[in-house]
Design a protein around this ligand. Structure first.
Ligand code: PEP
Ligand code: NA
Length: 607
């Protein structure tokens, strides 16, 4: 039996509150050994994982892992926010009393790591040394070495991040469980992913995948973080963050924003070419998934990406769609692939949308580990990679990462954008000057139903601020908190709504998207600065055609431009009815939000 104190002493883990927490859960989970890890242990842990077959080599300095086939994505229906106060129950947070959930999780975890090593991962979800450190520190306990390796890439990891913080750390316990016997997706599902937000404790049982298991990323970085932000005056959002420098004027602008899944957030953050639009602009990457945002003592809205890496969706990533991502997963960078297709002879990886499908099937295994050459005619057309397969790489590997990405002071935020996926109605961009109308726009963000099961065609699946799966407290309080925090900013941050996905009658996309999306963002910053006037509409200010940089756009795009810069009043009036129903779900929404809604509705009626 391991002596916990000896191990913690040797690792230099001196924080007494952390030590007590580790000892408590070591006893509960019944793990056989205990080990404290830091980023410096990565090479040794990689070697151990290869030795144990938990990882496979994927070419020079890259690695491959497969998760259990019923464990390939976040399980929203099993994810719960628990507190002691029923007033914390919201529309989307799956609230349950902590008095019910904690004993359940302790019971599930008791003895469940028997025979395994319990890894202690002290981490920080922030660039170190900043104002939010005490909310960003945590200690994940896990019985899974792959989770350790992923966390080392996705967070700052080491005892130095937590020793000085006393009790200011998130307790994050992860127990994998017996994956083949958890009844995933059945009425007897045994998985529970619980954030006990008012105790800053995360208890996740029954998965080794992504957001269910890397507790720094989503459970802490979004759910716990947003709850702490509510109580302590900052915002935590599922937002990308990028910087745009104008080489001519020397000015730099930073824009963050939320996009419901499959609306192109990672692509927007990563694919804008570093040097673009006649080389006038330089685009820098800060983050593709999470932003923590606050107002500093000078009234400046600031933000940082709390993560240290990218857990990117592999599907459709290639040299054309996302060259920056391809650069960031080159050989030798320590990348871990999960659930893509793998060639056991050549150690190559492949996924749908990577390029030509290999024609020589020798050695190729699909994401489940099954030989593709042995497929029957019935299964021949199945995907080789899982649609949610991922690559994990660190920010430092991204070629256009901002030089100050690791600066704890964060960067000034000049713009906050929301982007849905809408085939009509939403113009390319509309700027919103008014705070309440900006927050209102975020609350009514949504993506179009793509499958019949998602809802009615043309009706959005609303996803407020793209936080629906991560909401930790009631939506009305969330709206008020947004008004309060951004209301304190005196640096004139501007809101905007963008849509890259308008289609013509023949179904073609009217806007080319990808790297051309820089053009409306440049316009937004010029509009904020008063350099262009735009055109007022009932739903915001849109660019006058000649205000957009048009050089280099193809003729079809130029021909379609007037359509993507039009407000379809009839469709908007219909949308206002849907919005009203959506907002009515949230009891006690601030008056300012309803007033914003009514102002927009009235302006549309008068248009
Ligand atoms: C996940 O699928 O585990 C995950 C983290 O997803 P996303 O990045 O979409 O939140
Ligand atoms: Na995400």
């Amino acid at each position: 039996m391991t002596d916990v104190n000896t191990v913690l002493d040797q690792a230099g883990l001196t924080n007494e509150d952390v030590r007590a927490y580790v000892a408590e859960w070591f006893a509960v989970t019944g793990a056989e050994r205990i080990e404290v890890v830091s980023a410096a242990d990565d090479a040794r842990l990689i070697a151990e994982a290869l030795e144990a077959g938990e990882l496979l080599p994927a070419g020079e300095g890259s690695y491959y892992s497969r998760s259990y086939f019923k464990d390939t994505a976040r399980a929203e229906e099993r994810t719960i926010v628990a507190t002691a106060d029923e007033r914390d129950k919201g529309t989307y947070n799956n609230w349950r009393p902590s008095s019910e959930m904690k004993p359940k999780l302790v019971e599930l975890m008791t003895g469940a790591s028997k025979g395994k090593t319990m890894y202690v991962i002290p981490y920080l979800m922030a660039p170190a040394g900043g104002p939010l450190d005490k909310f960003a520190a945590g200690v994940e306990l896990t019985d899974n070495i792959n989770v350790v390796l992923q966390m080392i890439r996705m967070a700052r990891v080491g005892v130095e991040y937590i020793n000085h913080l006393g009790n200011d750390f998130v307790r994050a316990v992860h127990v994998t469980g017996d994956l083949p016997n958890l009844g995933q997706g059945t009425p007897d599902d045994k998985r529970y992913f619980v954030t006990v937000a008012d105790e800053r404790t995360i208890l996740h049982f029954g998965s080794s995948y992504g957001g269910n298991a890397l507790l720094g990323k989503i459970a802490h970085g979004l759910r716990q973080g947003s709850y702490d932000g509510w109580k302590n005056g900052f915002l935590v959002e599922q937002f990308m963050l990028l910087g745009i420098s104008d080489k001519e004027t020397g000015k730099k602008y930073n824009i963050c924003g939320g996009f419901p899944s499959a609306s192109g957030k990672t692509n927007l953050a990563m694919t804008l070419s570093p040097d673009a639009l006649g080389d006038r602009y330089h685009v820098e990457f800060y983050g593709d998934d999470i932003a923590w945002i606050w107002v500093d003592e000078n009234g400046v809205l600031r933000g940082f990406n709390p993560e240290n890496g990218v857990f990117g969706v592999a599907k459709d990533t290639n040299e054309h769609t996302n060259p920056t991502a391809i650069e960031s997963i080159k050989p030798g960078l320590g990348v871990i692939y999960t659930n893509v297709a793998y060639n056991e002879k050549t150690q190559e990886v492949w996924w749908e949308g990577r390029g030509e499908k290999p024609t020589d099937l020798d050695g190729w295994l699909d994401w489940k580990g099954e030989r593709i050459a042995d497929r029957s005619p019935e299964t021949a057309s199945e995907n080789w990679a899982h649609p949610n397969s991922r690559f994990t790489t660190t920010l430092a590997n991204v070629p256009n990462v901002a030089p100050d990405y690791d600066d704890a002071a964060g960067v000034e935020i000049h713009g906050i954008i929301f982007g849905g996926r809408t085939r009509d109605r939403e113009p390319l961009i509309r700027a919103i000057n008014d705070l309440a109308e900006g927050v209102y726009d975020g609350l009514t963000l949504g993506a179009e139903a793509t499958f019949a099961a998602d809802g009615l065609e043309g009706v959005l699946r609303y996803d407020p601020m793209s936080m629906r799966p991560f909401m930790s407290y009631p939506e009305a309080d969330y709206a008020q908190h947004w008004l309060d925090v951004v209301g304190k900013a005196t640096n004139n941050p501007i809101f905007a709504h963008v849509n890259w996905f308008q289609r013509g009658e023949d179904g073609r996309f009217l806007w080319p998207g990808y790297r051309e999306n820089l053009r409306p963002l440049v316009w937004l910053m010029q509009y904020r600065n008063g350099e262009v006037q735009g055109v007022e509409t009932p739903v915001g200010v849109i660019p006058a055609r000649d205000e957009l940089l048009l050089d280099g756009l193809d003729e079809q795009t130029l021909a379609d431009l007037d359509t993507v810069l039009t407000i379809d009043t009839k469709r908007w009036q219909q949308e206002m009815g849907y919005r009203e129903d959506h907002l009515k779900q949230f009891d006690g929404l601030p008056d300012a939000i309803w007033e914003a809604h009514n102002r927009v509705a009235k302006a549309l009626d008068e248009a």
